[in-house]
Design a binder for this molecule. Structure first.
Ligand code: SF4
Ligand code: SF4
Length: 290
């Protein structure tokens, strides 16, 4: 199966605008929304037959009050201030890092590490197209692990249903969730905007992708908003021999499509839609998809 991941150096650069439209253009594919911190691709899709799965990103300490003799050793050894005392010793689940120091130190063996429920992920269908997406509980930071679970389930679904392509809306940035989204991708589409920080973010994500030895191409979103920086991005890509997949012009139809909860590709006469169609055709050619 061909895995195509769409990523950006930071959020808000048009990643889901592109991914949402490609979702409606590709055929015989599975979609994975790996942006579990701010999932919104699924909002564009009419999903049915949703099945949910629990996600556990790790373990946290839990004190058995029956065994605890209130010696306070656990509070002394915890470097994360995760043990609190309010007449009983208790664990603050948001502060606990699951390091086990208190488990080892407790003379009464009153502390155990227990699996936590950090979020959920879902498999649903839009017609015959499986869509896998997820949501991390507020305050949790295991989105890299959840992105990996979403991607794995999407690949499994693709294999089960003999799909040709897995389309991944990746997590933004260059951290663990972004890397989890692109590990193993056949091809990565980086979307950037013509701002100085956009160019900086582009260079950072390119370094990560090069370390992972993945093929990639660049899309400049709102390319005509700042032609000077757009040209700098193009020059950077040319000098480094990076492929430019396309330029999406600033188009108010994108905002209109978002307000209506539709992908911009449904507005076929819009300039953004035409640019995305060109990018789609180019991607198919590069990847040998008929
Ligand atoms: S170290 Fe064990 S016995 Fe002592 S206060 Fe903590 S949980 Fe209770
Ligand atoms: S597992 Fe580590 S972080 Fe959590 S309460 Fe125990 S010592 Fe603190």
């Amino acid at each position: 199966m061909i895995q195509i991941a769409i990523v950006s150096g930071k959020g808000g650069t048009g990643k889901t605008t592109l991914a949402g439209s490609l979702t409606f253009l590709f055929e015989n594919h599975v979609v994975a929304d790996c942006d579990a911190d701010a999932p919104n691709l699924y909002l564009l899709l009419d999903l049915k037959d949703k099945e949910s799965f629990e996600f556990s990103g790790g373990k946290k300490a839990s004190i058995s009050l029956d065994k605890c003799t209130k010696c306070g050793i656990c509070k002394d050894v915890c470097r994360f201030d995760a043990v609190i005392y309010d007449g009983d010793y208790k664990i603050d689940p948001y502060a606990c890092e699951g390091c086990s120091a208190c488990v080892i130190a407790c003379p009464e063996k009153a502390i155990t590490l227990v699996k936590t429920k950090d979020g959920e992920y879902y498999r649903a269908f839009m017609d015959s197209m499986p869509v896998v997406h997820g949501r991390l509980n507020p305050g949790e930071d295991a989105s890299g692990g959840l992105a990996a679970e979403i991607r794995k389930l999407a690949i499994k679904e693709g294999e089960r249903l003999k799909k040709r392509v897995v389309l991944i809306d990746g997590a933004p940035g260059i951290g663990c969730p972004a890397i989890s989204s692109i590990t193993g991708a056949t091809y990565i589409v980086i979307i950037t905007e013509p701002t100085t920080s956009g160019l900086h973010d582009l260079t950072r994500i390119v370094k990560v992708i090069q370390q992972l030895k993945r093929r990639f191409g660049v899309v400049i979103n709102k390319a005509d908003l700042n032609t000077e920086v757009s040209e700098r991005i193009e020059r950077y890509c040319r000098d480094e021999n990076f492929k430019i997949l396309g330029r999406i012009p600033f188009d108010e139809t994108v905002e209109l499509a978002v307000r209506q909860g539709k992908p911009v590709i449904h507005f076929q006469d819009s300039e953004a839609s035409k640019a995305i169609m060109t990018i789609y055709m180019k991607l198919k050619r590069i990847l040998g998809i008929k």
